[in-house]
Write a protein that binds this ligand. Structure first.
Ligand code: BG6
Length: 470
């Protein structure tokens, strides 16, 4: 059983409207998450889901599509919960930019609705206008997927458009990383343990590595990814969110206002890189053909739908500094790439070595390191102990805690918060803008050729791996 809430201060949504219901996001994430919530009995009794798309479909066709996608992407969900999910679905054919279509999708509902923009980002502005023109029941909310804008100006414009119609607490800018168990564990680990919190600063921490290496390659997503690239796809949102959680001061509470105030303050302190710093502190790469986990991967530029002249990066590494008292001089290295040798998803806090070591000749004086691994979730602490043989010789051991698998998937938690109207684990307007403030100068410098695009073989450790390892 997953957990469902019963302490709501706003009305629970009675309907989810998915704009872009025939797309990949709905098929891979939203419909399976709904099935999961149905299995866990977290969906309100009369909760309905209306899919909107331009396809020449009707209710029956949409339900058949959903049943097939659930069989594919939610195979472990009980068949009766899959059937219950399908039975809740209705379809409205039309353009998400047409207020009449939105009106038909919310027809007959009096409780708050949640409108989910599962659409290509280019369509967000017209869809927001259509939703505004349609008029929604009181306490309704709008859910906007990443990427939120392509730069600071477009993010500001999108925020202004949303605020014309919605109060900030009704806008859910999604970052599903905030719903990953180990990401949330970072808060408990940091703030509820005297062992860590006093050490969480420049005096004791040497560097922080936030790494999201993936074995997956393009996976047929050229239409989106070739225009985005690793920096906008991962660093601007997910990895900066992880940085904000790792770097922020302890908020007085974990509600939507105070948690996000603390995160924004951390992002505001991140130093913008000038051109020289971009040259020194960033790496961009693109994969060449290779083998990953037994699969043959072509050159990125040979993938279907890729425009080789765009020079899109499939690997990005950025070292940032948080200019405040707590983090003075500590590098935060953010790194992500596709088609790499292995999945490595972690936040690693490396501590300074001790000031004085009484042990004469330590074989290998490694400092402490705390690693939070995500999916599979593990907390690993590297410590030095007296050796088993010679007690005055140091050994290094890993205290390794494997956490139980997350009860609810990240998207099930996303949808639950959307239905419940809890925006604490979403991105506030100012957070989205701060993130672009940090990333925009890097994008701009890369567009101007300040940093060469390096290549790496698919299945390797990336463009920065030592010779012989690529
Ligand atoms: C998505 C990115 O937001 O996050 C993908 O668009 C990336 O490129 C994915 O693969 C990683 O998230 P998860 O939850 O699948 O590990």
């Amino acid at each position: 059983m997953g957990s469902c809430r019963n302490d709501l201060t706003v009305g629970r949504a009675g309907r989810l409207v998915i704009l872009g219901a025939s797309g990949d996001l709905a098929a891979r994430y939203l419909l399976p998450a709904l099935a999961e919530l149905s299995e866990q009995r977290c969906l309100p009794e009369d909760f309905s889901v209306v899919g909107v798309a331009r396809d020449r479909w009707d209710d029956t066709r949409f339900r058949a599509h959903a049943a097939a996608r659930l069989a594919e992407h939610a195979a472990d969900v009980d068949p009766s919960a899959q059937a219950d999910t399908v039975a809740r679905l209705r379809f409205v054919r039309g353009d998400a930019g047409d207020p009449g279509v939105v009106r038909r999708a919310i027809d007959g509902v009096e409780s708050p609705v949640a409108i989910y923009l599962a659409l290509p980002p280019a369509v967000f502005p017209t869809a927001i206008d259509a939703v505004a023109a349609a008029g929604l029941p009181a306490q309704s909310r709008i859910v906007v997927e990443k990427p939120f804008g392509q730069d600071l100006d477009s993010a500001r414009a999108l925020n202004a458009r949303l605020h014309d119609t919605f109060v900030e607490s009704a806008v859910f800018r999604i970052d599903h990383f905030l719903h990953k168990q180990t990401v949330q564990n970072l808060l408990g680990l940091r703030f509820a343990n005297r062992l860590f919190e006093p050490l969480w600063c420049a005096e004791h921490v040497e560097r922080v590595d936030i790494v999201w290496d993936e074995t997956v390659a393009l996976e047929g997503r050229a239409g989106y990814y070739d225009h985005s690239g690793a920096l906008s796809d991962m660093v601007q949102n997910h990895l900066l969110q992880l940085l904000s959680l790792a770097a922020m001061d302890q908020p007085e509470g974990l509600d939507e206002q105070r948690l996000r105030d603390a995160k924004v303050a951390a992002l505001q302190a991140v130093r913008r890189l000038d051109r020289a710093a971009v040259r020194r502190q960033t790496i961009r790469g693109q994969y060449l053909a290779g083998r990953v986990e037994g699969r043959e991967i072509p050159d990125y530029t040979a993938e279907d739908g890729v425009d080789p002249t765009r020079d899109t990066e499939t690997f990005a590494e950025v070292t940032l500094f948080v200019d405040n008292e707590r983090w003075r001089g500590v590098p935060f290295r953010l790194r992500t790439g596709k088609a790499l040798q292995r999945n490595r998803r972690e936040i690693a806090i490396r501590f300074h070595p001790v000031d004085h070591l009484a042990f004469g000749q330590p074989a290998d004086p490694q400092p402490n390191q705390l690693v939070l691994q995500i999916d599979p979730d593990e907390v690993i602490l590297d410590v030095a102990l007296n050796g088993a043989g010679d007690p005055f010789q140091l050994d290094h051991v890993q205290l390794d805690l494997a956490l139980p698998a997350q009860e609810q998937s990240a998207y099930a938690r996303v949808l639950l918060d959307v239905i419940d109207g809890d925006a604490a684990l979403t991105i506030r307007a100012d957070e989205a803008e701060e993130s672009w403030r940090i990333v925009e100068p890097i994008l701009d410098a890369w567009d101007h050729g300040v940093v060469d695009l390096r290549t790496y073989r698919a299945g390797s450790l990336g463009p920065d791996a030592p010779q012989g390892e690529t």
